[in-house]
Design a protein around this ligand. Structure first.
Ligand code: FES
Length: 225
């Protein structure tokens, strides 16, 4: 799957079509401006828009106690991180994002969809694994208390986890490398997460994803003639 392609429709809970379309349009617009080398710079990073291949949600009971670090807390975009050089269908890879203490998981589903999640269970923070043999998409499984999450959406499907897994926004470059570029808060759509983190400081990027109010902040003042 390239950055300009969207995964096929999936029944049940899934991405907001508007959200995915906005991200897709932005990727198409910016694709030629992004190179692997440029990803390490802050400026070029802000030109990156993630491919969104599922709904977004994040949360954690442990976080409420102030004990656990929670994905998606940041008000600013993290630095992009290369997850892997290649990720084929039926493969997964563990990585850390956005910080070195933040366990995450990228999965290439059998149909080519690319999804990324926090690998920290929203129940009591055990590590989450992908069990590919469980159904067409496999499942995200927490062995501590038999928690199960939908691999395509991150939604809880069984066990005690109170909230879906936080989504990690991933993008795939032309060379096949997979990059993590952003996270989202609990229940937050990808577009909303990006718009929040772009804020008023990045009007071009905001406009590229269709953020509410985009274009006004950076537009020159019009004086009556
Ligand atoms: Fe994951 Fe309890 S810590 S189900």
């Amino acid at each position: 799957m390239s950055v300009t392609e969207q995964p096929p429709p999936h029944p049940g809970p899934g991405p907001n079509p508007d959200d995915a379309a906005a991200a897709d349009a932005a990727v198409a617009q910016l694709r030629d401006r992004i190179s692997a080398d440029s990803l390490t710079t802050r400026r070029d990073y802000l030109r990156i828009v993630a491919t969104v291949s599922g709904g977004l949600a994040i949360g954690g009971v442990g976080v409420a106690a102030g004990i656990l670090h929670r994905h998606g807390d940041s008000e600013s975009l993290p630095e992009p991180k290369k997850v892997t050089d290649q990720l084929g269908p039926g493969q997964s890879v563990a990585f850390r994002f956005p910080g070195e203490d933040d366990r995450a998981l990228a999965v290439r589903l059998a149909d080519g969809s690319l999804v990324g999640y926090s690998a920290v269970c929203t129940h009591l923070a055990c590590g989450v694994l992908w069990r590919k043999e469980r159904g067409p998409d496999g499942e995200l499984y927490c062995p501590c208390h038999e928690g199960v999450f939908d691999a395509r959406t991150g939604e809880v499907t069984a066990g005690p986890p109170p909230r879906p897994l936080p989504r990690i926004l991933l993008t795939e470059q032309a060379d096949g490398s997979v990059w993590a570029v952003a996270t989202a808060r609990s229940g937050e759509q990808a577009k909303d997460a990006l718009c929040r983190q772009f804020g008023d400081d990045h009007p071009l990027e905001s406009a590229s994803v269709g953020c509410p109010g985009a274009g006004r902040a950076g537009a020159p003042e019009r004086r009556p003639t």
